[in-house]
Every structure is written in C-alpha cells, then in structure tokens.
Design a protein. Structure first.
Length: 136
C-alpha cells in the first residue's frame, strides 16, 4: 500500500477503498451465515447492512471468499435444487469452526474499535484545541 493512500485521499472521489479493514467481508459473511443458511446472491445483498452499499463488493470476491472459507472448514455448502423454479443454487451454512472464527474476528474487531476510538478522540481533542491545519 505504500503510496496508494496518497492517490486515495487526493482523488476527491469520496472515501477511498483503502479505508476498509482488510478482508472485512469475511467476518460479515460469517455473521450473516450465523443468522442462517443462505445462497450467494442473498449474502451479497445482505452485505449492504455493513456499509458495502456505497462501494459494492465485487461478486467474484464474495464467491472467492466463500470458497476459501469452505476450504478452511468455516462454511459448508450444498446445491439446493428445490427452493426455486430456476437453476439450482449453492446454499452456504456456518460450521462449528466458522462459529469459532466469527468469535475470533469479533474479539479482534473489538480491539481495533477500541484503538480507533482512542485515535479519533485524540484527533478531535487536537482539532478542538485549534492546533491542526485541517478541521473536518
């Protein structure tokens, strides 16, 4: 990412893509599957609740992530040929290992949230003291 952040914040096109937490789609998918089995299209639609609506996730990236998680034993899938009149769809469900991975992600994200909260408080304090050039 060296130098990449410069292009992102100077582009003037809203928030840059690099602001996302790396691989954040994985814990989102795990949480969605914790709520119940689902197929890929529904999962992509449900990702909007996590803020992916403004900058949609590439469908290929979602399916690659699902395949990787299946190879790691975090999710399992099977073909559903009875749910719709259309073609069969692959339905994904969370495994016990996926449930443990979700808990691991949550613990890490809580720690990240704590650190980011402190950073933002320090930034806000600094700006309130009128010591910074940029006030946003």
């Amino acid at each position: 990412m060296p130098g990449g952040w410069r292009r992102g914040w100077r582009s003037g096109h809203g928030m840059p893509r690099w602001r996302r937490i790396a691989r954040f789609v994985q814990p989102c998918l795990l949480l969605l599957l914790h709520q119940g089995p689902s197929h890929g299209y529904n999962l992509m639609e449900s990702l909007k609740e996590f803020g992916f609506a403004e900058d949609p996730v590439d469908s290929g990236a979602v399916y690659r992530s699902l395949r990787e998680m299946e190879e790691e034993g975090l999710v399992a899938s099977e073909w559903d040929t009875e749910a719709s009149a259309g073609p069969a769809r692959r339905v994904y469900r969370l495994t016990a290992e996926g449930d443990r991975a979700l808990a691991w992600w949550v613990a890490g994200l809580r720690e990240t949230d704590r650190v980011l909260h402190r950073f933002l408080q320090a930034y806000d304090r600094h700006m309130e003291e009128d010591q910074g050039e940029h006030h946003g």
